[in-house]
Design a protein around this ligand. Sequence first.
Ligand code: F6R
Length: 608
Amino acid sequence: MCGIFGYVGPGDAVSIVINGLKKLEYRGYDSAGIAGVKNGQLKYAKEVGKLSVLEKEVQDQGLRFDIAIGHTRWATHGVPTKINAHPHLDTNHTLAVVHNGIIENHESLRSALKQKGVKFVSDTDTEVVAHLIASFYQGDLLEAFRQTVGLLKGAFAIAVVHKDFPDRILVTANQCPLVVGVGNNEAFIASDSHALAKHTREVFFISDAEIAVVTADKVEVFDAKHEPISKELMTLAYEAESIEKGSYAHFTLKEIHEQPQAIRNAMGSRFVEEYGSVTFEELKFDINDLIGVQRILILGCGSSYHAGLLGSYMLEDLARIPTQVEIASEFRYRNPIVKSGTLIIAISQSGETADTIAAVKEVRAKGTKVLAICNVQGSTLTRESDGCIFLRAGPEIGVCSTKGFTTQVVVLALLTVLLARMRHMSKQEGQDFLHHLQKLPDQVQQVLNNSAQFEKLAKKYANYDSAFFIGRRYMFPTSLEGALKLKEISYINSSGYAAGEMKHGPIALLNPKCPVFALCANKTTFSKLESNLREVKSRGSPLVAIAEEGLNHLGGIPDDIIRVPETIDELEPILVTVATQLLAYYIANERGADIDQPRNLAKSVTVE
Ligand code: F6R
């Protein structure tokens, strides 16, 4: 949450930083700002609203900098106003600070500074950082920054520029992502490596408590004990084009359409068809660790939690390993019981979700190994886990998870095959399962080819204020995901429910103004679901069924039917999810919603 971008080098710092912030806007978009140094003077601009407002202001003012740092905000402390927007400055405007995360002890630091006569102008936790550095500064910026960082508690990534040092940006991070990009006589800082792809592929991440002094030709890094350290550069794998919208109206739509290829990539080179099994070349787990697994505990938030639920069904059904799934934000405070023989799987598209990372730290402190399933190379989760399987979905920029979710389910399906084959799944069963997986990208494409039907249905269902998604077995987590997508991008109050639960309460809400989307693609329980459909219909709710092509018993119950290709129950959630994504997208579009950047949300939830 919140995006930081900074530039040191001979290029046009203002436009490089503004363009860098555009790539990070999905992390927060309630206000934005930029500060930099020119001719020994510190200047800045801040605006409420989207980055485009700041961009115009910067142009109107004709701002020019030699170095610059910028910020796009997702408000935590203080409402989104110009004053609360970053950068924050000290009283004499000698330095500027941008910050991502939360400084937990800002109240006590603020009181101490106030007692010394410092006047605060904003409600933010960040402003204390600017005043602290100024209070320690006696000509040595690094020393003043060190003393300041030593006082801070919480999760943060911070960047500072000072008028006396027009050639450098100082940065630090603690439990928050901050990446340094090294170019040819230029350097960049960013909250997310995607934002650097246009400029450089050579990057390194700032680890907890490290401080770096970033200049155009050299980056010096110091550890928590202030000792100089050398950091190994890693090379980013993706192309700059992958973070452009291209001809699509929204990143979300582009990413929905990228799913056939993303799923192909998630599976590519991982099949061992000869043995009906799977291999993950990047997974550094000892084979005995996997053979000895007696229980699995999956952790995640939001869509990643929903993917985890689907994974748990597959792992129990096919690998026969008891599997529990927990919402990371709840789990982390429960002093969890983790028995030996338990494999922890942490799922996160971004690898930066604060609650998931905290839950991982908690279980690792208890001596348990953690396997991460993640999309972003070098992200905090990948560094905090014992092994990682990558989604290979490519950058996901739209705030709502689409290809991130479906590739998570694919990776969980592959992991299920691996663990099941180590147990009692036969070679033939393994091969059959892989065969169904192989057909998925084309089947997803078939759903996408049907976009016109979704657009048409969206017109019919866009004006309701509430909706239900219902399903059984594999369609239950799928209903949770479908409802989440609709609510977050269209703001329709939608709930996902296990179809059998409807009559235990929620059915009271059904009426002609509340449509129900019934996910009918689970063969083993369809006959049970059929009665639920009748119950819905007799309460007058408009009913849309999403059903497999071969399912012919819908007998005129639904008002509308969306068909998806037929596959095995375990994989049908992927096809149905693509259908619910398209439905949510077109309904949101019909309602004129800001699909890539829904209100109050941000990608990468790096605060609790
Ligand atoms: C929903 C969505 C969120 C994320 C959640 C976890 O569309 O995007 O619910 O799934 O914030 O994010 P990651 O997977 O990055 O940990």
